[in-house]
Design a protein around this ligand. Sequence first.
Ligand code: FEO
Length: 400
Amino acid sequence: MNTSLRDGIDWVGYVDWTIRDFHGYRTERGSTYNAYLVRDDKTALIDTVKRPYADTLVANVSALTDISKIDYVVCNHAEPDHSSSLPVILKACPNAQLVCDAKCKDTLSKHYDTDGWNWKVVTSGDTISLGKRTLTFVETPMVHWPESMFTYVPEEKLLFSMDAFGQHYASAHRFDDDEPLDVVMAEAKIYYANIVMLYGKPISQVLDKAAGLDIEIIAPSHGVIWRKNLETIISAYRRWIVCKPAAKVLVVYDTMWKSTEKMALAILEGASECGVDVRLINIRTSGTTVLAAEILDAAAIAFGSPTLNMTLMPQMAAGLTYLKGLKPVGKAGFAFGSYGWAKGGARDVETYLKDMKFEILREPLQAQFVPGEEILDECRAAGKMLAEKALAVTCEKEGQ
Ligand code: FEO
């Protein structure tokens, strides 16, 4: 496996082929925890890996250098998938200074026994010379935690970007041009939607900071390293940070005895007649990870739930709660669902949509028990309305 980013700069992380649950995120293609070794007159390790894989990190580093002589260990982000090997690594490199910003020092101190750690606290603009190369630090709060930062090596035009531009994607190759771009981009989109959608504004500021740097390689903390398709991933981020809508309609539902499913299919049918991209998601079988990614660029969405115990179905509540946390912006839609003797399902779905500041396109569309042709026609008309909204929003955004 080629792990060399530049002469003397190598990937030394861990490929986690089998992980499928990353704190609730379904990682269908596994992940990687990327760490990097920069060998110059002085040696720096950029980030670490999840604790169970600390031995692999030690072995990868030791294959390239005497680990006990490492001068600096940089911690760009304190989340445990990148920091939980620090106690092991710092024991293996007793002379190393741990480089991080002040908030990161505080966060690490609340995770680990940091007694005896040799800190070097940095802030934006600070530099460390390794010899021919310089580490330059850029604080990037909320990308993905408050203490996060980037490390930039100007002599190599290389940015260690932490979680930004990452993907949960295990592969045999380390670089974007060795893997199918459509698959990598699909995983980058799922990652963005689930990990950083909430932080669109800070990400936007980071993109502005990054625009001022001369960059040929972006080395994130998960997935492949970008050395060929930088413009593709950066322009995708520019769309994603504003949830830029495509002419796409989403119908998301749960169902009990197939009545709400019949309504969902009729809505989909109505939307399909208008030349927009349409997607149907059964929240119970597809799950929230896929839902977040599909929402990111959908212009108009219908959410449906039958009434169960006077309210919406639990998986729909979970999906909507998850979305509410991610705060998608600029969406339009409505609620629908069947009921028996009380109308709580669609009503409570609509409350979530209002909380998320959706533009509500119509009152909840409801059917008692099983929808008849009249209701299904109303569903088709509502689907057409969603599609027309999606087309109008897309044209409006394209014109801006
Ligand atoms: Fe990959 Fe926010 O940690």
